[in-house]
Design a protein around this ligand. Structure first.
Ligand code: ACO
Length: 311
């Protein structure tokens, strides 16, 4: 017989209601969520690096202010998500330790370099565009704190996507050299953006379980197709070519067909051998170590405050 708390859990999922932190949940549900939410949080934090690199070199004060705000938003997203993971019983310091020791993953996409300022625009357009596509359905995820965090994150991501597209529109109205930079950045980021959605469905160990629990609402391939379909007209409006000779409208399917993704490259990047994995983790580890005094000072201050209120 199913215990009453398990029955309550199943009914809550079935009715599309939310599981909240104090509700009973199967251990595997908790583990899956901690895994996904922590990876998501790590991605936001590591994701500050490729663009953060351009803050001091932004071409105008306006672009610099926009980029600063955007990178700061990513830090905020990481913090909401670590908080959501804490509601599941995870410990934030432990999650950080797992990230910097390579025991927990973060998105493959942030292991590619941002070589020119056009990359800042293309990251906003394609990377944040893919993030929105993947994350809007997560606003309906079955775990309450994760779903609610995603609402604000998606609003901010859509601002990021638009700033990227606007930056690229401006560059496309500029010189030939600027147009070439946009095309070159598009060529480099297109395939890695498609890899953000994860392995193909037949090779995705977690999808079926996560869909049954309504943590995920669509499969990796469904979301990838949705992203391709929405991006092709945007590329046309911008005047750039997506680097895939097999990309074409398929009227029978009502979708764009596209070429085969290099899954060997994806596996390499996810297992730590992408172009910037080493650099990203080294940088994150250094920031953590150099921030130790801030954490100690904050803890000492909090202890003093607590002592004062007790007096
Ligand atoms: N980069 C790194 N690892 C990945 C990627 C990727 N692009 N795609 C899949 N993986 C990992 C999975 O985390 C999983 O790892 P694990 O089981 O060892 O922990 C493994 O590859 C197998 O993949 P799936 O079974 O498909 O895993 P899952 O069901 O978790 O789906 C997905 C992966 C789609 C990324 C899902 O976790 C998700 O939607 N996460 C939330 C969104 C997110 O993390 N976005 C981060 C980038 S966007 C941004 O931050 C701007």
């Amino acid at each position: 017989t199913t215990p009453p708390e398990a029955e309550h859990f199943d009914r809550t999922i079935e009715r599309d209601q939310r599981i909240e932190p104090r509700d009973w949940m199967p251990e595997d549900y908790r583990r899956t969520l901690v895994r996904q939410v922590a990876q998501h949080a790590h991605s936001e934090i590591i994701g500050m690096q490729p663009e953060g690199n351009w803050i001091t070199r932004a071409p105008s004060l306006r672009r610099k202010a926009i980029l600063l705000a955007k990178v700061q938003d990513e830090a905020g997203h990481g913090l909401y998500l670590y908080s959501a993971a804490e509601t599941l019983g995870a410990d934030r310091a432990d999650l950080t330790a797992r990230l910097i020791s390579g025991r927990q993953k973060y998105s493959s996409i942030f292991n590619y370099p941002a070589l020119t300022f056009a990359d800042v625009g293309v990251i906003g357009w394609l990377v944040d565009g893919a993030a929105i596509c993947n994350q809007v359905p997560l606003c309906r995820s079955s775990y309450g704190p994760y779903a609610r965090a995603m609402i604000r994150i998606c609003k901010e991501e859509s601002f990021h996507q638009r700033q990227g597209y606007e930056l690229l529109m401006t560059m496309m109205r500029g010189t030939d050299a600027q147009r070439r930079m946009v095309q070159d950045a598009t060529n480099r980021w297109w395939w890695p953006s498609l890899m953000m959605f994860g392995p193909p469905d037949h090779d995705s160990p977690n999808t079926a379980r996560s869909m049954a629990w309504k943590i995920k609402r669509h499969t990796n391939d469904e979301l990838r197709q949705r992203f391709v379909d929405m991006t092709v007209p945007q590329a046309e409006a911008l005047g750039v070519t997506l680097p895939d000779p097999e990309l074409r409208w398929n009227p029978e399917r009502g979708h764009y067909d596209f070429g085969e993704i290099d899954w060997a490259e994806f596996k390499q990047v996810v297992s730590g051998n992408g172009p910037c994995n080493e650099q990203r983790i080294t940088h994150r580890r250094r920031a953590h170590e150099e921030g130790a005094w801030v954490r100690e000072a904050a803890a000492a201050h909090a202890a003093k405050q607590a002592a004062r209120t007790r007096e």
